[in-house]
Design a protein around this ligand. Structure first.
Ligand SMILES: N[C@@H](CCC(=O)N[C@@H](CS)C(=O)NCC(=O)O)C(=O)O
Length: 226
């Protein structure tokens, strides 16, 4: 079985990052096709992946098509049960699925205001009340995962799909210098040191495209991955 994955710009597309990590962090080879987001060619190319309308989208060589990151997680877990997308323990697996689904459907203030940008660190960003509530919720979920399964650095011991889904939020915490607990900081640092994520970011830097709508109008310093 081989796979193709359609992604957007690595520096900005948080959903693409999740989708790609579901392959790369689980040693599943995938052929990647990048299309620069929001150009006419991006929307044009997506038509060939219909009914996909957004990235990521993944296609298997047997014709199966997943048009959403959570569907990619479940599709790969179903086809590669030993790859480790979900924890082996049923209770941990239930929690991992729950917090992954919550990331997929929630955290709208944090995700909406603090768009992922792997090109710079923003200086002087002040989180509003809604973002602070999202950060508090993150701590609740991360602590619950650790209490059930975790010796760290990952939420459920070994890297799981839950970590792939929380990787972009970890990048936002790093890139906007958002306040988190020591436990949260250690988790963010684990993502910053994660080899697949570093490789993804380096490729985004090599692409060297700035999308103006992702600019915050704040002073910047280098993004904290070397
Ligand atoms: N629910 C989707 C969300 C994907 C999504 O919103 N992707 C953005 C890029 S990060 C996109 O393709 N936007 C293009 C558009 O909305 O036209 C998933 O989890 O895969």
């Amino acid at each position: 079985m081989t796979y193709d994955l359609l992604i957007g710009d690595r520096s900005y597309s948080s959903w693409s990052l999740r989708g790609w990590l579901l392959f790369a962090a689980f040693d599943l080879p995938v052929r990647v096709e990048l299309n620069e987001m929001y150009l006419d060619s991006f929307h044009e190319r997506l038509k060939a992946w219909a009914p996909a309308r957004t990235v990521p989208a993944a296609r298997a060589s047997d014709g199966a098509l997943w048009t959403d990151s959570l569907a990619i997680a479940e599709g790969l877990a179903e086809r590669h049960p030993d790859a480790g997308h979900w924890p082996a323990d049923p209770r941990a697996r239930a929690l991992a699925r729950s917090i992954t689904a919550e990331m997929h459907s929630g955290f709208t203030a944090l995700r909406g205001t603090c768009t992922m940008n792997l090109r710079v660190k923003w200086e002087g960003f002040t989180p509003d009340e809604a973002i602070q509530q999202d950060l508090e919720r993150l701590e609740v979920l991360w602590s619950a995962a650790r209490a059930m399964a975790g010796k760290g650095p990952w939420l459920f011991g070994a890297y799981s799909a839950a970590d792939a889904f929380y990787a972009p939020v970890a990048m936002r915490i790093a890139g906007y210098d958002l306040p988190v607990s020591d436990l949260g900081r250690a988790y963010v640092d684990a993502h910053l040191a994660h080899a697949p994520l570093r490789a993804w970011r380096a490729e985004g830097e090599a692409q060297d495209r700035t999308i103006p709508s992702y600019e915050m109008g704040l002073p910047t310093s280098p993004f904290p991955i070397g």
